[in-house]
Design a protein around this ligand. Structure first.
Ligand code: SAM
Length: 175
């Protein structure tokens, strides 16, 4: 299986806890393998994401405090591609055929992303050329990458699993 990892840039612990947590939860739910938070460690965010993995299953990892340039260098030396989600990039539907079947490091920003990221990325990819959100961009990107197959993903080692219902709220518990 090919590795899909999200590199979260620009996390500001005072402001971005919720959004960064949502980046990680969307990454997990939509089929990625893990998230790396660049530059800072935010134990609170890491803890809440790990709690979700413990309850709802994995595998999925979250790490923090890593130098983004080193992460990019390592990823490239290991043969993977760097994909940067940005409204300035090329349309996702044009770029995806070049990305499928490869190990992908998917960079998403919080506010302004350093110009260097645009230069080092193999592909700068836009999910529409309109400004919106890293959470939405990531969800659409992963859904298109996997042709929607991630919606049926089975997680492993779960303690809680929802039994879908029209009106019920049924949760199966692993003893
Ligand atoms: N104007 C900002 C910029 O410099 O890109 C927008 C920042 S936006 C709040 C945060 C992140 O959302 C961006 O770094 C990018 O990863 C993602 N994003 C926002 N709109 C996007 C789009 N249309 N396509 C792809 N990614 C997008």
């Amino acid at each position: 299986m090919h590795k899909i990892v999200i590199l979260r840039m620009g996390h500001r612990p005072q402001r971005d806890k919720r959004l960064t947590t949502h980046v990680a939860l969307v990454a997990r739910a939509f089929g990625a393998d893990g998230v790396i938070i660049a530059g800072v460690r935010d134990i609170g965010v890491e803890r809440s994401v790990r709690k979700v993995v413990e309850l709802w299953g994995g595998p999925f990892f979250i790490r923090g405090g890593e130098d983004w340039e080193k992460v990019v260098q390592y990823w490239r030396s290991d043969g993977g591609l760097i994909t940067h989600l940005t409204m300035y990039g090329l349309p996702v539907e044009e770029v995806l055929p070049s990305l499928r079947g490869k190990d992908l490091l998917i960079v998403v920003g919080a506010e302004k992303v350093p110009g260097k990221v645009f230069a080092v990325a193999d592909f700068n990819v836009a999910v529409t050329n309109q400004p919106h959100s890293e959470v939405a961009a990531l969800a659409v990107f992963l859904d298109r990458l996997f042709y929607g197959a991630e919606l049926k993903k089975e997680f492993l080692k779960w303690k809680l699993k929802i039994i879908p219902g029209k009106k019920s709220k049924k949760v199966q518990k692993m003893p």
